[in-house]
Design a protein. Structure first.
Length: 123
């Protein structure tokens, strides 16, 4: 069992949703955390509802963009190939196992196999 949930949503899919929850429960426990209805991009609505229900911190990609305008770079962790997402205070490695690496906990890193031909920018 992994301590992370990784989801991917369509970036332009808009939803409108009404919560079906006991009114007493909503009024006593979730009134300041949730709205009765939501409308917006599916990943934003899902994030707001999950954060309101769980109170858990959610992490999404930060400002980093690769030279191909992606959110991640190819990487490997031990023997697993995957992608590394640079976030505001950490890295997140996918696909398996999903691993959160906090910047404060990093002691050493190495970089190798740089391929500059795949990343040419016009100046």
């Amino acid at each position: 069992m992994y301590p992370h949930i990784v989801l991917q949503f369509e970036t332009d899919y808009v939803v409108e949703s009404t919560l079906t929850m006991n009114e007493d429960l909503f009024a006593t426990k979730y009134k300041d955390k949730l709205e009765p209805t939501y409308k917006g991009l599916i990943y934003e609505v899902f994030t707001m509802v999950l954060r309101g229900l769980s109170g858990t911190k959610l992490t999404s990609p930060g400002k980093f963009r690769s030279c191909q305008d992606g959110y991640a770079v190819k990487s490997s962790l031990k023997a697993e190939d995957g992608v590394l997402y640079p976030l505001e205070k950490s890295f997140f490695f996918l696909p398996k196992p999903p691993t959160l690496i906090l910047y404060d906990e990093m002691a050493k890193y190495s970089k190798c196999k740089l391929e500059f031909s795949k990343c040419q920018r016009k100046i």
